[in-house]
Design a protein around this ligand. Structure first.
Ligand SMILES: Cc1cc2nc3c(=O)[nH]c(=O)nc-3n(C[C@H](O)[C@H](O)[C@H](O)COP(=O)(O)OP(=O)(O)OC[C@H]3O[C@@H](n4cnc5c(N)ncnc54)[C@H](O)[C@@H]3O)c2cc1C
Length: 536
């Protein structure tokens, strides 16, 4: 059993307490962001300190047998009260924790998870599985109606077994991205699943939300990497068989993947791992328009080349991230392999881009594990740095009065141009109405043979105290446009509570009835994460 990490995460926002920016650093960063964007005014605010937060009284106390693994102090309750959407960060920053869990449990094994679920059932409490708490859709926030026990899985953080022959590993659900990669490294292996929230999110959270990693093509969803899953449900253990593939009826692990904590607590999974890549190649390619870049991305997606990175930035996104400032759309292309040099793949990709009017913005970066050449100083390196910094910068933007949020979807290629146009127009119009200014940028984060995933970033002047209402108005307009244009309400951010109404419209009604029936069977008292995916 591993010891919980000594470093504490902030009770709001992104990152660890000990790496929080000083007031001076925040002021400097806020000034730089404001001058770059041209908006964001007034005083730079400071977050409400933990000691100054008034939490509602806890309505529940753990039974003596569970007391050693349960905590009820303000840090534990506040830091498990919200996810990490923009609105969550704003509320945490202002000390607004309206519905914190009454108790936070830290089980160390499946027996303790079963005991916590049993206690929740008898006490009439909601039970909320919690991985890294990076949900951006209200997936970990208690409803407030009934007492709530949050079940933090991060004490289950081990790689338990590695099967080198089959290239798979059995990993506990609470392992974070860095934690599991560190344990796979001595075996020369990697899971190669890199969501932007990688640093803090967990394998269990990825499975529960069907997370998308940041490899742009090929097996990029966690779904693709799963051999089997094990969960503890209120009515017992559920474990699918470990197989490379199976035609034996509907798959038992597919029902758990994406179940968002409503059917059971995922405790571990066998996942497909692979050799660490030793060869890498990357290049940035400029296009006169986003549409031309999208055509090139489609060609690459359908070519069988399977680039690991194939990310199209519109000119605004390229400028904001410092990846390119020449007014062109920028396609970032990358390949990696543990087996072979990639020059031929890159050369063919450049030919495909040239067919659509694309030209490289500089020399390609070709690297091997022994050659330390890097993509830094190149557009792909600049974009990667901005991508990794973004969640930290968002905390500063909240202090500086800047609304900063993202939303994403996916659609087939035939509908893509119309969807991007309509959604952008809807978001810009809503911004003009509720924020009086702002920018909407777009990138394609994932490219498939039959479609792509457009990802939108919204930056605008925020009205202090009304940020969540402002964002809600923009989000509603964008969601309506996405639904009308034939996109999904979420490509990889999950459903939670925030996407419920759009998800309800998207899924077949008979499927909803079947899901409700499955929940009744596994969780008859309806304690697990009520309100997520289906009605309580
Ligand atoms: C800055 C930022 C960047 C992000 N980037 C990405 C991205 O690139 N790709 C992506 O897919 N998502 C992304 N997300 C969203 C989020 O990180 C993912 O949904 C992630 O999979 C959540 O993992 P977690 O461990 O933090 O889960 P949590 O947030 O703790 O939980 C998410 C949901 O899963 C349930 N859950 C968690 N653990 C378990 C378990 N063991 N058993 C059963 N249910 C469980 C919870 O009840 C909740 O409903 C991002 C979020 C942020 C804030």
């Amino acid at each position: 059993m591993s010891v919980p990490p000594k470093r504490r995460l902030k009770h709001w926002g992104w990152g660890y307490e000990d790496s929080e920016s000083s007031r001076e650093e925040t002021l400097q960063a806020a000034a730089a962001i404001r001058s770059h964007l041209g908006f964001g005014e007034g005083e730079v605010e400071s977050p409400v300190a933990l000691a100054d937060i008034g939490l509602p009284e806890a309505r529940l106390a753990p039974p003596a047998g569970l007391a050693p693994i349960c905590r009820t102090d303000p840090y534990e309750r506040a830091s498990h009260a919200l996810g990490k959407s923009y609105c969550d960060v704003v509320r945490g920053f202002r000390g607004r924790f309206d519905h914190p869990p009454d108790v936070v449990a830290h089980p160390r094994d499946e027996g303790e998870i079963a005991a916590v679920l049993e206690w929740c059932e008898s006490a009439g409490a909601d039970a909320i599985p919690f991985g890294g708490g990076t949900s951006v859709v209200g997936g970990v926030e208690p409803r407030g109606e009934r007492p709530a026990v949050t079940i933090d899985l991060r004490a289950l953080d081990l790689v338990l077994e590695v099967d080198r022959v089959s290239r798979s590993a059995r990993i506990q659900a609470g392992a974070t991205g860095p934690g599991l990669e560190e344990q796979l490294r001595p075996h020369g292996l990697t899971l190669r699943h890199f969501p932007q929230s990688f640093e803090y999110s967990t394998l269990g959270g990825w499975l529960a939300t069907r997370a998308g990693g940041h490899f742009a093509t090929g097996p990029t969803h966690i779904d693709d990497l799963v051999e089997s899953v094990r969960a503890i449900c209120p009515r017992g253990a559920w474990e699918s068989r470990r197989l490379p593939a199976s035609g034996a009826g509907p798959s038992p692990d597919r029902l758990l993947i994406g179940s968002e904590g409503i059917l059971g607590v995922i405790t571990e999974a066998w996942v497909r791992v692979q050799a660490r890549p030793g060869f890498r190649a990357s290049v940035g390619v400029g296009f006169h328009s986003f549409e031309a870049g999208a055509e090139a991305a489609r060609t690459l997606g359908q070519s069988g080349l399977q680039p690991s990175n194939c990310r199209l930035l519109d000119p605004g996104e390229a400028a904001v991230t410092g990846a390119g400032a020449d007014g062109r759309a920028l396609l970032l292309i990358g390949f990696e392999s543990s087996d072979h040099p990639l020059d031929a793949w890159l050369a063919r990709a450049l030919e495909c881009c040239a067919d659509h009017g694309g030209s490289p913005t500089g020399e390609p970066a070709l690297r091997t594990s022994t050659d330390t050449g890097s993509a830094s100083g190149k557009p792909e390196g600049a974009w990667r740095n901005a991508f990794l910094r973004a969640p930290y910068l968002r905390d500063t933007m909240v202090a500086a009065g800047i609304l900063s949020e993202t939303f994403e979807t996916a659609t087939t290629w035939d509908r893509l141009p119309g969807l991007v146009r309509d959604v952008r127009e809807a978001a810009v119009a809503a911004l003009a109405e509720v924020c009086e200014a702002g920018v909407v940028t777009c990138r394609l984060t994932h490219v498939y043979p039959d479609g792509a995933a457009p990802y939108f970033t919204v930056l605008a002047p925020a009205r202090r105290g009304a940020e969540c209402e402002q964002w809600q108005a923009v989000k509603e307009a964008a969601s309506e446009a996405i639904a009308s244009a034939g996109g999904t309400i979420t490509h990889h951010h999950a459903v939670g509570r925030d996407h419920r109404s759009a998800y309800d419209r998207q899924r077949p009604e008979l499927f909803a009835a079947a899901l409700r029936a499955a929940k009744r069977e596994l969780d008859p008292a309806g304690i697990l994460n009520p309100g997520v995916l289906i009605d309580p």
